[in-house]
Design a protein around this ligand. Structure first.
Ligand code: NAD
Length: 525
């Protein structure tokens, strides 16, 4: 594809981003696949999904759903590309990554608008997502340092031993709707930097941004076939999981699908990391700074309308802290504006789909019916000029108990539940009894209590007076228990390890041939 065509792609997306006047009938775009360095219409037999602008509720695009043979073509293209890319120099790969970093940074605003248009989150949040994604590209720019092996001289007479790490080949990523650029970028910058070729299956709900990223990779000089995008549903996922030329699969999404991906992928002999859903608790001890705790609960509970895997959905109030904290949270919720993510006045956008809106409302109904106290009810919200959008206002429950579905299930919406416990020990037990274990936070001014908490809590990512403890790219991200299947977290050193495999070489240069018979196990001499 030429630079002019790339510009056309960018213009097409930019025009769509600008075109969204309220309730305006929009031209329906077709979003295709990206295979072998070009847009590919696929042979999915016309199977497609509808992409909505969640703020207006209007269908804005059709996304093609790949057939198994479309996936096969993408994998074949990646396999051919791997012959060169897997052997390319670290200098070449790093140069392309640096250029890619600059291009993504330059396109950040348009990428963020593309996300808002299909996901619904507010623009500032989408810009933050692009920023966090870029951190992984920056981390991957250091791949020469990250791929270094070890060397031991003279392990035996004139014999040296050294370890190297090599790419796996063709690897796949299957990603959720809620971070359409950041989550895929947890994966492919590191996989590609390490010498692999990548096939991405993004969410069918917000697929456009991955197509723009494909163009940016090409503009950065990435050879055709190294990065591919297949759009679709279960058909494409199933083919990726069983394809003999896919060496590893990274998945991020809900727990039932993550479990299935892990079981099916490993059954087919693949390395799999499958990150699942979450129900993140924020434990507030009586000595905490309650103004900070209230701000944090609102920001982490309702940011992105609660559609973050690290959102706080349960606030565990220890002792009498709820009596003081709940009014502070209610007051702050009252100051939030729910509206179109493109509007600078909006703090919170819509949910991603009508189905998800109805599902979350059902949970709120169930919580009320089960006897939880509805402190703030967002069910009747009306957003002027956006009456068909998928909006739900912030909902706050108090006196929630662990048996209620609002506590047990991952709701993935703007619903914050307050559970009251008598003691610190009860709070820790509550968190540790949850099958989910992605993120957790403790709010306290007692360093000793925080340290004990960090040691006792069985959760992958812990915040101390930090409500959303998303690790930087040079640390690894991942939960425990039903929030992650497999043993590798994403990015950081674990990401590099996941996308490479080790080899240890024992060498003698030059060496006289050992003469004679010796069937014994090699020993040092
Ligand atoms: P999802 O599980 O519905 O979909 C994730 C991906 O799997 C998508 O690409 C989708 O097309 C595909 N998929 C869906 N159903 C499938 C099936 N039956 N067979 C094969 N593939 C299927 O998740 P979502 O609704 O897109 O995203 C929200 C979920 O992702 C939440 O549960 C959230 O907690 C989770 N999430 C977790 C993390 C984490 O780090 N642990 C990060 C982001 C999101």
């Amino acid at each position: 594809m030429t630079g002019v065509e790339n510009q056309l792609g960018a213009d097409r997306i930019a025009n769509r981003n600008r075109a969204a006047a309220p309730q305006e009938a929009t031209r329906i775009d077709r979003i295709e696949h990206w295979i072998g360095g070009r847009i590919d219409a696929g042979s999915g037999g016309g199977r497609a999904g509808t992409v909505y602008d969640p703020a207006s509720g209007v269908a804005i695009a059709q996304v093609s759903f790949a057939s198994a043979s479309d996936v096969d073509r993408a994998v074949a293209s990646a396999k051919i590309a791997f012959e060169e890319w897997g052997r390319s120099t670290l200098a070449k790969r790093t140069a392309i990554l640096f250029r890619f970093r600059e291009l993504v940074s330059g396109a950040a605003d348009d990428l963020a608008r593309t996300i808002v248009r299909e996901h619904g989150k507010v623009l500032a949040d989408a810009r933050g997502e692009v920023q966090r994604a870029l951190e992984v590209v920056e981390f991957a720019c250091g791949i020469p340092q990250l791929m270094k092996g070890e060397f031991s001289e003279n392990v035996s007479t004139n014999v040296d031993s050294y370890s190297i790490r090599q790419p796996l080949g063709v690897v796949a990523g299957i990603t959720p709707f809620n971070f359409p650029i950041m989550v895929p970028m947890w994966m492919y910058p590191i996989a590609i930097a390490a010498g692999n070729c990548f096939v991405l299956k993004p969410s069918e709900k917000d697929p456009s941004v991955s197509m723009r990223v494909a163009e940016l990779w090409q503009e950065a000089g990435l050879p055709d076939g190294v990065f591919n995008v297949v759009q679709g549903d279960r058909v494409s996922v199933d083919r990726l999981l069983e394809h003999p030329d896919i060496a590893a699969v990274s998945f991020v999404g809900s727990t039932p699908i993550a479990r299935r991906i892990y079981e099916t992928g490993t059954k087919h002999g693949k390395r799999v990391q499958a990150l699942g859903g979450a129900k993140n608790h924020m434990v507030v001890l009586p000595d905490a700074d309650l103004e900070l705790a209230a701000d944090s609960a609102v920001n982490a509970g309702f940011g992105s309308a609660g559609q973050r895997c690290m959102a706080i959905s349960v606030l565990v109030a220890v002792g009498d802290v709820a009596d003081r904290l709940v009014p502070l949270i209610r007051e702050r919720i009252g100051a939030l504006t729910t509206g179109d993510g493109m509007s600078p006045n909006s703090d919170m956008g819509p949910l991603v789909s009508r189905d998800q809106l109805e599902r979350v409302k059902r949970f709120v109904d169930e919580g009320e019916a089960a006897g939880a106290t509805v402190v703030t009810d967002g069910r009747d919200i009306r957003v002027s000029g956006r009456e068909n959008g998928f909006f739900l206002g912030p909902c706050l429950f108090d006196h929630v108990s662990p048996g209620m579905s609002v506590y047990r299930e991952e709701i993935f919406g703007p619903v914050l539940c307050v559970v009251r416990t008598d003691s610190y020990a009860d709070a820790v037990k509550l968190v540790n009894d949850s099958p989910y274990a992605n993120g957790v936070a403790v709010f306290t001014n007692d360093g000793g209590a925080a340290r004990t908490f960090q040691n006792q809590i069985q959760v992958g990512m812990v915040g101390i007076n930090v409500p959303i403890p998303v690790p930087m790219a040079y640390y690894s991200f991942g939960g425990w228990k039903d929030s992650l299947f497999g043993d590798a977290h994403v990015h950081g050193a674990e990401g590099v390890k996941f996308y490479t495999r080790g080899k240890v070489v024992t060498s003698r240069w030059p060496a006289p041939h050992l003469r004679g018979k010796n069937l014994g196990f090699p020993t040092v001499s």
